[in-house]
Design a protein. Structure first.
Length: 158
């Protein structure tokens, strides 16, 4: 199996997921949609946004280190300029799995991220979206996954 496929399988098998980059304006924000997707599929999910107290009716944490429960993995949906800060928090908090969101564009991807993760023992999924893998996948995400695979934007085949 492709190493990225293995990382995706590991990530979606985790139970305690933090979502960094949820928004205070949840209606159509990607981080909030993915937060809800994880939650609706039985994950223990923690919202992370330094400017929010509550997201989707749940407590929101200012950073990964402030989450009182163990976190197995982090989904990153921040601006690319914040991605490295979240990954450094992962290292400090002992979190070994991270997934950086991207779809058509670069999303939260930061070119330094892969190098940093390799050097610091964090298993990284550098692109893609859990909406293409978690629970029942909706038609738009099935299509998006197919297009991204065909164009080489996601170099994995799950």
């Amino acid at each position: 199996m492709n190493p990225i496929n293995e990382r995706i399988q590991k990530f979606i098998s985790l139970k305690n997921i933090a979502v960094a980059g949820v928004s205070r304006k949840p209606a159509t924000e990607t981080g909030n949609i993915i937060y809800k997707k994880f939650k609706d599929n039985g994950y223990n999910v923690f919202a992370v946004n330094p400017n929010a107290v509550e997201i989707e009716g749940d407590k929101c944490y200012p950073n990964l280190k402030s989450i009182p429960s163990p976190v197995d993995g982090v989904f990153i949906n921040t601006s690319p300029s914040v991605t490295m800060s979240v990954l450094k928090d992962c290292k400090e908090a002992g979190i070994k799995y991270a997934w950086i969101h991207s779809s058509i564009g670069n999303g939260s991807y930061n070119s330094e991220a892969e190098k940093y993760c390799n050097e610091n023992g964090i298993e990284l999924i550098p692109r893609g979206c859990p909406m293409m893998y978690v629970g029942k996948v909706d038609f738009p995400h099935k299509c998006l996954k197919g297009v991204l695979k065909l164009t080489g934007k996601i170099p994995f085949g799950l």
